[in-house]
Design a protein around this ligand. Structure first.
Ligand SMILES: Nc1ncnc2c1ncn2[C@@H]1O[C@H](COP(=O)(O)OP(=O)(O)OP(=O)(O)O)[C@@H](O)[C@H]1O
Length: 366
């Protein structure tokens, strides 16, 4: 457990937060720009002068009135928005920089060879940072952090400014790393996609304060309230390899959502077990924005939409825009939200407990 009860004044801004973070999973710290996410991470790392209160990690008191434990004694590693690599050193030297000296790879909890392979860095070991893309630089920064053998990894928007492909690779790598090493992580992000793909727990902040916290599933509504609108997080079970791909060019795989079949682009769902071979993974996670879900009262035989699932209406919620309604649906035991116009609700005569078909484009999933 990481327990913080802190107050940090920075000019007009005041961070005031008391919370206990689980020490065996990924917690996302989510909130708008300027709400204090980075300040919180820096306070935990011992990088903010004038911090009041206490920070306790397991049995160790990292911060109290006095004495304050130095950052390098805390057994944590930080990855920032910029990779901050040593420009004159090779990738390999950067990676080895913080490693314990005179210890063989097999004696380390987090070994060099494994990290290099997990982060796909083998081909890059002899290059200099200037010869790497932004995503590759960040993977080296993550590798260097891991090889310092931390007990806790602090990630301050490590995917900021990267393109979608680089982001996706880092998210997948981080999930795999967490599963392999059971390394607790605090991830600062203001992107819902990153939170949904990586987090087990979510802490939502605003104006230097904690607004809500809990498991990802309990925080879906809060996330929606602080982002681009209503959303759902669906659990899907592994692709049915025997069903295979639709064809080589479609690159779609069959997944199961509450015993119904979904066709998703390869890698659309995040393998939350961290096992890359889809046939051996236990579950995947999908983010579906309510605006990407449409409802029909019957099965649509001639549609370009790939997925239609049978769902039941369990609620109507007001939407941000007065002309729209959030239709809350169940698919098996899972919740799916659809944002539709009030006019459509009326035209289709949608009713509570009615069975409908919910459609969403596979490409709308992350
Ligand atoms: N050294 C400083 N002196 C005074 N104010 C500061 C200092 N550093 C940050 N702040 C202020 O503290 C507040 C919190 O900043 P912080 O960087 O923690 O926010 P954030 O949630 O991480 O934002 P972002 O998502 O944009 O990175 C902001 O209002 C910022 O302007």
């Amino acid at each position: 457990m990481l327990t913080v009860n802190i107050e940090q004044q920075q000019g007009d801004f005041c961070l005031q937060l008391a919370h206990s973070f689980a020490d065996d999973r990924v917690t996302a710290i989510f909130g708008p720009s300027g709400c204090g996410k980075s300040t919180l991470l820096r306070a935990i790392a011992g990088l903010t002068p004038g911090l009041k209160g206490s920070v306790r990690w397991r049995d160790a008191l990292w911060h109290s009135r006095k004495p304050r434990m130095k950052t390098e004694q805390r057994g944590l590693a930080l990855v920032f928005q910029q990779a901050h690599l040593f420009t004159t050193m090779s990738v390999e030297s950067n990676l080895r920089y913080g490693m314990p000296k005179n210890v063989s790879d097999s004696e380390l909890a987090i070994g060099f060879a494994e990290v290099v392979d997990m982060l796909s860095l083998r081909e890059l070991l002899q290059r200099k940072p200037a010869q790497l893309s932004g995503g590759q630089q960040q993977r080296v920064a993550i590798g260097r952090a891991l090889l310092s053998q931390p007990q806790l990894l602090l990630l301050d928007e490590p995917m900021n400014g990267l393109d979608a492909t680089a982001k996706k690779q880092i998210l997948t790598d981080l999930r795999r790393i967490q599963n392999r090493f059971r390394l607790p992580m605090l991830l600062v992000s203001h992107h819902v996609e990153e939170v949904v793909q990586l987090a087990d727990d979510v802490v939502i902040m605003a104006d230097g304060k904690l607004v809500s916290s809990g498991t990802l599933q309990t925080q879906v509504d809060s996330l929606a309230g602080h982002s681009e609108g209503p959303l759902s997080v669906l659990s899907v079970t592994p692709p049915n390899q025997s069903a295979g791909r639709v064809n080589a060019t479609d690159e779609l795989l069959a997944w199961q959502l509450a015993e119904q079949q979904l066709w998703l682009p390869v890698n659309a769902a995040v393998d939350v077990t961290g096992v890359s071979e889809a046939k051996t993974c236990a579950a995947g996670r999908l983010l579906v924005w309510a605006r990407d879900v449409s409802i029909a009262t019957g099965y649509l035989p001639n549609t370009s939409l790939t997925n239609q699932v049978v769902a039941r209406i369990i609620d109507f919620e007001p939407a941000k825009h007065v002309a729209e309604t959030v239709v809350v649906l169940t698919v098996g035991d899972q919740i799916l939200r659809a944002l539709v116009t009030n006019a459509s609700v009326k035209r289709l005569n949608l009713q509570l407990q009615q069975q409908v078909y919910a459609s969403f484009k596979a490409a709308a999933m992350h």
